[in-house]
Design a protein around this ligand. Structure first.
Ligand code: SF4
Ligand code: MG
Length: 324
């Protein structure tokens, strides 16, 4: 299978007179058609900035891609004109944001705005366009008689279904969902996630799902990348990383979430807090919180180890399933 997206050594910084926030620092990622990648990390790890960079939506100023390549279907998006970017965002890559109102216009009916998207990007007449919209609304579970309703007449979960419809109308090759269920009621989060996951496999799209929830990734994705301080600390198949995590940070994440068969008293939170991206630690950015750190960790940044299953640590602490 061909690579649909390849990110090479991506750096994104927010530069002001007072400080430089190094949000993304040398990210490498690739995705093939039909693959789904969970991008996991704490707030401020650089997940959303990575997504905005792929969409060519990093707000400038103060945000700027200072280094790297984002190759989508063989083309480096960094050199795109704004017109090419708009085409790419309409047809090639779609994004679902956390808050559905980021994508919906409050003063247009959902039918009007979905039809507008179709008519801008597809050569269809109005009748055909409306049929396409209604068919897809049906797939995500929005009834036909809601076509002329305004966004405020929908619940949060129903709004997000409309946004999913909007994202899929133009058959994107890549879908990016940035915490798509975080703003929703807990009871409907699973439903909305299932809709996204079903559509991803139905249309064989590549998907990047951004979340801080390792459980969500286990249910939805085949690959996972763990982000910390703007870097990918570990990545591989969900199966590999979940059964044989090799990075101390990944290990810490697993130890800090409740498992069904364990009581919550055994949970061990990772000590300390996420680093300030305007003042990152030297060497390995995780060293101030790492229980395995040695002198070298504060001095030298670790390089990537492994091939299919990669991790960034000076040491191989958990080889051969040891420590599981
Ligand atoms: Fe911990 Fe050192 Fe490995 Fe960083 S390089 S994760 S500080 S052991
Ligand atoms: Mg975010």
């Amino acid at each position: 299978k061909d690579k649909i997206l390849e990110i090479k050594n991506l750096h994104v910084h927010y530069i002001t007179e007072d400080e430089t926030v190094k949000a993304v620092n040398g990210v490498n990622l690739s995705l093939k058609q039909g693959e789904s990648l969970g991008l996991v990390g704490e707030t401020g790890a650089g997940k959303s900035t990575t997504a905005l960079a792929i969409m060519q939506l990093v707000p400038y100023p103060p945000g700027i891609i200072t280094q790297g390549e984002i190759i989508f279907q063989g083309k480096n998006l960094i050199y795109n004109t704004e017109k090419e970017n708009q085409q790419m965002r309409g047809n090639g890559i779609s994004m679902i944001f956390q808050d559905p109102m980021t994508s919906l216009n409050p003063i247009m009916t959902i039918g009007e705005q979905l039809l507008e998207v179709v008519m801008t990007h597809k050569k269809l007449n109005k009748e055909e366009g409306k049929k396409l919209v209604l068919d897809l609304l049906k797939v995500v579970g929005v009834k036909e008689d809601r076509y002329n309703d305004y966004p405020h007449q929908f619940s949060g979960g129903m709004k997000q279904r409309v946004v999913i419809t909007m994202a899929l109308l133009c058959n994107p090759q890549l879908l990016i969902a940035d915490e798509p269920t975080t703003a929703l009621d807990v009871t409907i989060q699973a439903q909305v996630l299932k809709i996204i996951s079903d559509l991803q496999s139905k249309y064989n799209m590549a998907m990047i799902l951004i979340t801080h929830d390792l459980g969500v990734v286990a249910e939805t994705c085949d690959h996972v990348a763990i982000m910390y301080a703007g870097e990918i600390m570990e990545k591989g198949t969900v199966k590999e990383v979940y059964t044989n995590a090799k990075h101390p940070y990944t290990r810490g994440l697993f130890e800090s979430i409740p498992k069904l068969d364990e009581d919550s008293e055994k949970l061990i939170p990772i000590p300390g807090s996420a680093p300030n991206s305007a003042d990152l630690p030297t060497g390995c950015p995780f060293h101030p919180r790492c229980k395995y750190k040695q002198d070298i960790c504060a001095e030298l940044a670790p390089t990537v180890k492994g091939k299919e299953h990669q991790y960034k640590c000076h040491f191989s602490l958990f080889e051969n399933g040891e420590g599981n």
